[in-house]
Design a protein around this ligand. Structure first.
Ligand SMILES: C[S@@+](CC[C@H](N)C(=O)[O-])C[C@H]1O[C@@H](n2cnc3c(N)ncnc32)[C@H](O)[C@@H]1O
Length: 249
């Protein structure tokens, strides 16, 4: 059964279906690598749906308290977090993504590097702060990715990252986007439990400072009717999980 309202998909940036399975008229699920090349042209460098807004409302204040000299944005996409990292006072801000399409959308004046988060091409201890927003849902091996980030992080450096909340797999929610021709595409999500994250963090030698689980907020959102309908159908579950972790000295 498809929950079936397009307004809702537009409002919160994902389609909600139950139970999981192929859907007619939907392309995919596509691998993240293929999907982001298609999505890049319509992926503005700002929080463009309610999910991103709730994520950013938690991540931005954490970043604002940090004073890095060198900051890295992993899975930078079109660069939503680049100005936010610059506003911390960091002298060097670099964005990494494996999608050339996404990097091409990013800020011209910022260093952008095409690379895989699981094999970051930097020296050990290069950065004081790493941000990785809504990227872990594309990564199968959390331990490999967190070890790669930890390697390039300085002693007592910070990582702030977010992932799709386990609510997604529990409820059978899917991530979809619309192509200009009208097609809807689904992007596969690698599901991770909170326990999976804690295990991978421990393996990588990273210490948890905070875990946050934001929900969709009505706020001044122009899509409030859709969000109210979402709440009627699903209650008000967390939609994102945010980790603030530090490297052991
Ligand atoms: C959902 S988008 C988020 C983009 C941006 N962080 C934001 O929140 O606006 C995820 C991004 O992570 C990138 N990505 C996913 N897996 C990656 C990997 N293993 N290495 C590098 N980039 C990756 C994708 O290409 C995509 O641009």
């Amino acid at each position: 059964m498809t929950f079936g309202f397009e307004r809702l998909k537009r409002a919160i940036g994902f389609g909600v279906t139950n139970p999981p399975g192929p859907r007619s008229g939907v392309l995919g699920p596509l691998s993240p690598r293929d999907a982001y090349e298609l999505w890049a042209d319509d992926y503005p460098p700002m929080a463009h749906n309610a999910l991103m807004r709730s994520e950013q409302s938690v991540v931005e204040p954490i970043l604002a308290h940090l004073r890095p000299a060198r900051a890295l944005d992993v899975g930078t996409g079109s660069g939503r977090y680049i100005p936010i990292l610059e506003s911390t006072g960091a002298r060097i801000v670099i964005g990494v993504d494996y999608s050339l399409g996404m990097l091409t959308r990013g800020h011209d004046k910022v260093h952008r590097i095409c690379a895989d988060a699981c094999q970051l091409p930097f020296r050990r201890g290069t950065f004081d702060l790493i941000n990785a927003s809504l990227m872990m849902g594309d990564v199968a091996d959390l331990s490999e990715c967190l070890r790669s980030m930890c390697r390039v992080l300085s002693s007592r450096g910070h990582i702030v990252y977010s992932d799709f909340h386990p609510s997604w797999s529990q409820n059978g929610w899917r991530r979809t986007f619309h192509l200009q021709g009208g097609h809807t595409c689904e992007v596969a999500i690698e599901p991770h439990t909170i326990e999976d994250h804690l295990y991978a963090l421990d393996q990588a030698g990273l210490h948890v400072q905070a875990i946050r689980e934001p929900r969709l907020s009505l706020g001044n959102d122009g899509h409030a009717p859709s969000l109210l309908a979402f709440r009627r159908r699903w209650g008000n579950p967390p939609v994102v999980v945010v980790f603030h972790v530090m490297r052991e000295p």
